[in-house]
Design a protein around this ligand. Structure first.
Ligand code: AMP
Ligand code: MG
Length: 347
């Protein structure tokens, strides 16, 4: 068992001495969880096969689910990838640093341990001063999946990380809550039409503005085979059984009210994931608003916190409203469907 140290850092001006200690751990093949704008990452030296194995073990993650490699400067990219397609350059220019991960063909220096055996590597530059300083000071690119136990809701604050990984890693850098709250968009540029393998912080609409047509991996639909290995696993899941209700808002509210009433009458503990617009319409169960429908970033940034809150409340069932799949709503609904194991009730 490791003694996991939690170190608070200034989000905007990370203290040099604290970053140095964390970077030493990375240089010595250890693991440090750190904040990014999407979720907290579990970081280690991306060029060390042995470290990749440590990350998989700490998370309990299947070995064929590749890690995203984080860089702080475009100068690091040449070392890692065979070529930089012109479309990638345009995207990096617009969205890096930020929540967009791009798939490239890897050079030999990137171990297969990091890429889950693939000859491609997923790379992004995070928009968070603590993350950027840590990568820079470490002197190596940092492989970092979300810093949670595989399958659980992703961590959006240091407390979430500690809940899952205390004792399994050397250090957690606490830089406050993540602002986006869902993971990066994973984009594949290898075919003529670019394809989103995982919807995330950069939206489909934003990508279409630059690239023209962009497809969504058909494998994201339930029962299909996704092209991003990670998307095939049950993910983001709370301990309770969960149902997503979809349909007009009026129908959603009516159905959730009826279901909650029945469940409570049967002695079951029910959590309702409502929104600012609808929370007052419910009376039975633990009612929590995930955010404001007119400001979807309030919803994405709260989503995983609410799922973990329902775990702490030990509810038996969660009934979740749906939101529009526009903008970041696409990523929010992807996470909700997966959290519910695609248990969706259309009303
Ligand atoms: P996480 O590490 O939890 O943020 O998840 C990373 C996601 O990126 C997973 O869904 C991975 O399967 C996906 N990914 C990473 N590398 C690749 C790659 N080379 N090709 C396709 N998907 C990838
Ligand atoms: Mg993850």
């Amino acid at each position: 068992m490791l003694n996991t140290e939690i170190v608070t850092v200034d989000k905007n001006r990370p203290e040099k001495d604290k970053i140095k200690i964390a970077a030493e751990i990375i240089k010595n093949s250890g693991l440090v969880a750190f904040p990014t704008e999407t979720v907290y990452g579990l970081g280690g030296n991306a060029l060390d096969e042995h470290v990749a194995r440590k990350i998989y073990t700490a998370k309990g993650r299947p070995q064929d689910n590749p890690l995203i490699v984080h860089i702080y400067s475009l100068l690091q990219l040449d070392q890692l990838v065979k070529e930089i397609p012109s479309r990638a350059a345009a995207l990096m220019d617009k969205f890096w640093p930020g929540p967009l991960t791009i798939i490239f063909y890897k050079k030999d220096i990137v171990p297969f341990g990091t890429t889950g055996g693939l000859d491609t590597v997923a790379i992004r530059m995070p928009a968070h001063p603590v993350a950027l300083e840590l990568i820079k000071e470490s002197g190596v690119p940092i492989a970092a999946p979300s810093a949670n136990i595989s399958g659980r809701p992703s961590p959006v604050c240091a407390r979430d990380v500690a809940e899952d990984l205390s004792g399994g890693i050397e250090m957690i850098l606490d830089g406050g809550p993540a602002s986006v709250g869902v993971e990066s968009t994973v984009l594949d540029l290898s075919e003529e039409v670019p394809m989103i393998l995982r919807p995330g912080g950069v939206t489909l609409e934003e990508l279409e503005d630059i690239l023209g047509r962009v497809d969504l991996d058909p494998g994201l639909a339930p029962g299909e085979k996704p092209r991003s290995p990670g998307q095939k696993y049950r993910h983001y899941a709370p301990k309770a059984s969960m149902t997503v209700i979809s349909g007009s808002i009026e129908h959603q509210v009516k159905t959730i009210r009826e279901l909650a009433e029945q469940m409570v009458a049967n002695g079951s503990k029910v959590g309702i994931m409502a929104t600012a617009q609808t929370r007052h319409r419910y009376t039975k169960g633990y009612i929590i608003s995930v955010g404001d429908r007119t400001a979807p970033l309030t919803i994405s940034s709260n989503l995983f916190t609410i799922l973990r809150k329902f775990d702490r409340l030990k509810v038996d069932s969660i009934l979740a409203e749906s939101i529009s799949e526009e903008g970041i709503g696409l990523a929010v609904m992807n996470r909700l469907y997966k959290a519910a194991g695609y248990n969706v009730l259309k009303v």
